[in-house]
Design a binder for this molecule. Structure first.
Ligand SMILES: Nc1nc2c(ncn2[C@@H]2O[C@H](COP(=O)(O)OP(=O)(O)O)[C@@H](O)[C@H]2O)c(=O)[nH]1
Ligand SMILES: [Mg+2]
Length: 272
């Protein structure tokens, strides 16, 4: 365990590790999407580091230099010293390309199928075509465990102002598809250390930063994700990046994501 953990951190960490959906054996599935290099793989690494209490890049998802996740994979996190896994899993999608209409549509369709649980682990995304029903990784009969329970849009805070109208439209489309499926949506702003010298100096300034607040408000208005569903993090990125502040932000974002996902699971089971 990291030596800097506060009592609150320890309590929240235990909460996240102990989390169990009401139904036995149910997995809470968190789906990350967003543009290439937004920090999706790094966020998975950060979450793994937070839970495991240590950082090791090779244990996680991000390999420096490779930003293109093509294969669909569920990342489960083993609880330390135990042979059990946390009750949530993270999935990463191939980074969205928003340069041409054709690609855009395919991405949205594939993400919709992923949300419905129709894509099995191991599927290699193809930007030229959506998954076919004949594909061996196509899941014709998804169970509650295959479906996505919370959708997380990962946003590079340092480049959010550069997003093209098409990119924004794609995010709106994905958000609407998720709404149709009753899947809650949140956003995570990464790389906040790059946008504001005050934040870089001290991450505790995150709540005081005007620059960050403006960026979040603008994104919220454009994409339609409420401001209180947007969380800021600085990912584990370089050695010694973990300290009390980075840790607290990541753990807090994870805790909220799990709460949203749990609501979705309960809603589904109530509906029968
Ligand atoms: N400074 C900083 N760099 C980050 C942060 N998150 C990710 N990165 C870097 O951004 C690059 C792309 O991240 P990656 O996780 O591979 O993006 P992905 O394509 O969305 O999976 C990598 O070089 C990361 O080290 C962050 O919070 N702060
Ligand atoms: Mg990646």
């Amino acid at each position: 365990m990291f030596p800097f953990l506060s009592r609150d951190n320890q309590r929240d960490l235990q909460h996240v590790k102990d989390y169990k959906p009401q139904t036995d054996g149910q997995l809470l599935r968190i789906l990350l999407h967003g543009q290439i290099a937004a920090g999706k793989s790094s966020f998975i690494n950060s979450v793994q580091g937070v839970i495991k209490g240590r950082v090791s890049k090779d244990a996680g998802a991000a390999n420096s230099g490779s930003s293109h996740t093509k294969r669909y994979k569920t990342y489960r996190i083993r609880k330390d010293g135990q042979n059990t896994f946390c009750s949530f899993g993270l999935n990463d999608t191939m980074g969205l390309e928003c340069n041409s209409n054709r690609r855009r549509k395919v991405s949205v369709k594939d993400i919709k199928r992923v949300m419905k649980g129709r894509v099995r682990d191991g599927y290699t995304f193809n930007p030229e075509s959506k998954i076919l029903k004949e594909d061996r990784y196509y899941n014709a009969a998804p169970t509650a465990n295959d479906k996505v329970h919370v959708l997380v849009c990962v946003v590079d805070a340092s480049r959010v102002h550069l997003m093209s109208p098409k990119a924004i439209e794609t995010l709106q489309d994905i958000r609407e598809e998720a709404s149709d499926l009753d899947i809650p949506q949140v956003a995570i702003f990464t790389k906040i250390d790059l946008i504001c010298p005050e934040i870089k100096k001290d991450l505790r300034n995150v709540y005081r930063s005007k620059i960050l607040k403006e960026k979040m408000e603008e994104f919220s208005a454009e994409v339609g994700i409420p401001i209180d569903c947007i969380f800021a993090v600085k990912n584990y990125h370089e050695e010694n990046d973990f300290n009390s502040e980075t840790y607290t932000l990541i753990l807090s974002a994870l805790k909220h994501i799990i709460t949203f996902g749990d609501d979705c699971i309960n809603m589904g089971s109530n509906r029968g």
